[in-house]
Design a protein. Structure first.
Length: 126
């Protein structure tokens, strides 16, 4: 038989997990992902303990498919969004002053479907 022992099977399992994890991490992060070739996020601060991004979405502007590491988000200016991710597609209203904690996002895409410009601060601990 090809697999002679459980060690060989375990090794193949680890290799396949590594390959699948590597392929999902090939997506850009929020800073490098943009919308139709233009950046939507800018780096405000990066040091040894955190990275802070400011992401701005005018009406009709989105954020192409990307992933997120664990982060905290704060809404400086809200709007309505269509979000597509592993759970499907949904539309949400994001209110100014709202905030959220995320354990990370495998991937998502967003589009500002509202009539006002939305601005978010994204704080990623290192």
């Amino acid at each position: 038989m090809f697999l002679k022992n459980s060690f060989t099977y375990f090794s193949l399992l680890l290799i396949s997990l590594f390959i699948s994890c590597k392929s999902s991490s090939s997506l850009p992060g929020p800073l490098t992902a943009g919308w139709k070739g233009k950046n939507v996020c800018e780096l405000l601060e990066e040091n040894k303990s955190q990275r802070i991004l400011k992401c701005t979405f005018a009406p009709g502007i989105g954020h192409e498919r990307h992933f997120h590491l664990p982060h905290f988000g704060y809404t400086l200016a809200g709007s309505s969004f269509r979000i597509k991710d592993t759970t499907g597609t949904r539309e949400i209203n994001v209110k100014t002053g709202s905030y959220f904690n995320s354990n990370g996002t495998e991937w998502h895409e967003v589009l500002n479907i509202g009539d006002s410009t939305a601005i978010f601060l994204i704080i990623e601990p290192k």
